[in-house]
Design a protein around this ligand. Structure first.
Ligand code: FAD
Ligand code: DHB
Length: 389
């Protein structure tokens, strides 16, 4: 087989890139290790920056999002019984959108079906070959038979555990990593959200987050031990713990119900440099991970897709390789800023095992500064809504 761009990974990065390129007449084949149902069953991010919203529009897949999303002009932060709002709209005239990653992915798969884009599911043993030459190709097996696709470029959109990043030789690649000493226990429940905006809560018992998907679907998280047994976290224990971490007035309003999904995610910061090796380009979680505090995971994947899409379009339409040659540099400049915001927000809101009384005072002073200082709020707002591409 032959195509212009092989996209390894049918998550949001790969699908969005595929859809954008298709609209410019650039042909792609997407290789996905799992089934479509499996990919759509994963509950992940919920907040979209304007940059991603605009790309969904450019990709022609924004119709349902524009109808069903919630526009949020701000977000709330609480510490014990204190709660304050950071109003992005008032501070910087921007907002974010609540629309689940699952829905983004579903819309992109539907759009790919509609245009007849080729996606091969349940591929095994993907290997990216000769990426440092003018003639890369990708080999894999599907239904027990070996296949090969020759291409101009490979987009590695296969997430943190994929093969793309590992294709870049150790002598070229440098990984930067920080693993946080806790995880997030997430629960999805068919209950109305407790508040009209998200609440990021710092409490003596650890961090909590109240989020949502729609008027009858709530997403809540509590900081937990990453090795906790999920079965020990009964729904009752979860709701009880959540209520103890948010202001009393919020706890009283909280409507509880059976969980329809429950999972524990580790928290890590990770960046791989460079994001390009020859004709292989990494996008999204394949190249970097942020701790979820600050909602930057999916949104940084989107900014990578933006830079790569622009670069490939210039290459094919204008015979200009400047965009792809500067891809890694441009993407990383934005990534490191998002890494910093996610790391700082994680530090501000969580309880750490080795925190001293002094550390706790520093954390408290930081939250109070954010509460009362408009400049600090503006910095938070600019980063939360997303830095410009
Ligand atoms: P992925 O979504 O990981 O997609 C990669 C795809 O590649 C997958 O479908 C995978 O099956 C496929 N693949 C992997 N290996 C291969 C291979 N060898 N061959 C072919 N295909 C392969 N972000 C937030 O902002 N907020 C959140 O609340 C949040 N929660 C998260 C919870 C969890 C458990 C995880 C793992 C991530 C979460 N994130 C969250 C991060 C966010 O979901 C990711 O940043 C986003 O999914 C990145 O998209 P991606 O397409 O780059 O990678
Ligand atoms: C959600 C997840 C986040 O990490 C975040 O910062 C905000 C919202 C969510 O799943 O809704």
């Amino acid at each position: 087989m032959r195509t212009q761009v092989v996209i390894v990974g049918g998550g949001p990065s790969g699908l969005l890139l595929g859809q954008l390129l298709h609209r410019k007449g650039i042909e792609t084949i997407i290789l996905e290790r799992k089934t479509r149902e499996y990919v759509l069953g994963r509950i992940r991010a919920g907040i979209l920056e304007t940059g991603l919203v605009n790309m969904m529009r450019e990709a022609g897949v924004a119709e349902r999002m524009d109808k069903e999303c919630f526009v949020h002009d701000g977000t709330c932060i609480s510490y014990e019984n204190e709660m304050f709002d950071i109003n992005f709209q008032k501070l910087i005239g921007q907002n974010v959108v609540v629309y689940g990653q699952t829905e983004v992915t579903r819309d992109l798969y539907d759009a790919r079906d509609a245009v007849g884009g080729q996606t091969i599911f349940e591929v095994e043993g993907v290997e990216i070959r000769d990426a440092d030459t003018e003639a890369p190709y990708v080999t894999f097996t599907v239904d027990g038979s070996a296949r090969r696709i020759d291409c101009d470029f490979v987009a590695g959109c296969d997430g943190f555990h994929g093969v793309s990043r590992k294709t870049i030789p150790d002598t070229v690649r440098k990984d930067y990593e920080k693993v946080f000493p806790f995880g997030w226990l997430g629960v999805l429940s068919e209950t109305p959200p407790v508040h009209e905006e998200l609440i990021y809560a710092n409490s003596a018992r650890g961090f909590a987050l109240c989020s949502m998907r729609n008027e009858n679907l709530s997403r809540y998280y509590v900081q937990c031990n990453v090795n906790d047994d999920i079965f020990e976290w009964t729904d009752e224990k979860f709701w009880d713990e959540l209520k103890r971490r948010v202001p009393e007035a919020i706890a009283e309003k909280l409507v509880t119900g059976p969980s329809i999904e429950k999972s524990i995610a580790p928290l890590r910061s990770f960046v791989c440099e460079p994001m390009r090796w020859g004709r292989l380009f990494l996008c999204g979680d394949a190249a970097h991970i942020v701790p979820p505090t600050g909602a930057k995971g999916l949104n940084t994947a989107a900014s990578d897709v933006h830079y790569l899409y622009e670069g490939l379009v210039h290459y094919y339409q204008d015979k200009d390789s400047h965009g792809i040659d500067t891809y890694s540099e441009k993407a990383l400049a934005r990534i490191w800023k998002a890494e910093r915001f996610s790391w700082a927000t994680t530090n501000m809101l969580h309880r750490f095992p080795d925190q001293s009384d002094f550390d706790l005072k520093m954390q408290r002073a930081e939250i109070e500064s954010l509460h009362h200082n408009e400049t600090a709020q503006k910095w938070f707002a600019q980063n939360y809504v997303g830095l410009p591409y």
